[in-house]
Design a protein around this ligand. Structure first.
Ligand code: FE2
Ligand code: FE2
Length: 172
């Protein structure tokens, strides 16, 4: 039997998914910061970790505004992405190469979050909850900024250094 039958329930379901994602990310981001060699990259992950703690609190605030409980639905997508980031850390030495891999992982997560928050914000608009739209917009802006910062660090610094670490493939 279906348990999502209304637009409100779909909205609630989306919130529960991103709530779990954000909670997972508060644990993954410190590991990504710790594994970074570039001080800039480390700082970016640290800063976004602090923002992510706030993202969790904002969703809890939204749940209370909706007068529903703060429940989460396990987010397998983010679990998979953070596992992948851990694997990349395991398979690389601390280096620009690892930093480049961490930026790829970070960009993937931020894009995912941008997609989720973009839809949720629109859902809140359609539900006439401008108070909630405002909160979601704030988080959406921070996800976009985090994504852009990671891209900038990659393109202006890390990726070039990583590209210098060439092996057999480059010599063919
Ligand atoms: Fe977030
Ligand atoms: Fe994020």
């Amino acid at each position: 039997m279906s348990d999502i039958e209304t637009f409100e329930q779909l909205f609630q379901n989306g919130l529960e998914h991103i709530y779990d994602a954000e909670k997972q990310l508060t644990k993954a981001l410190p590991k990504m910061a710790e594994a970074s060699s570039s001080p800039q990259l480390r700082q970016a992950f640290d800063e976004h970790q602090r923002q992510t703690e706030e993202h969790v609190r904002r969703i809890e605030r939204i749940f209370s505004m909706l007068e529903t409980s703060s429940s989460s639905r396990s987010n397998k997508v983010v679990e998979e992405m953070t596992d992948e980031a851990q694997k990349m850390i395991k398979h690389t030495d601390p280096s620009a190469l690892r930093d480049a891999a961490l930026i790829v992982a970070g960009n993937q997560v931020e894009h995912f979050e941008v997609a989720c928050y973009g839809s949720l914000r629109n859902f809140a608009e359609l539900l006439g909850r401008n108070d909630i739209v405002e909160i979601l917009q704030q988080t959406l802006n921070e996800e976009k900024q985090a994504d852009e910062l990671l891209t900038r660090i990659g393109e202006q610094d890390v990726n070039r250094k990583a590209a210098q670490m060439r092996g057999e493939m480059a010599r063919r």
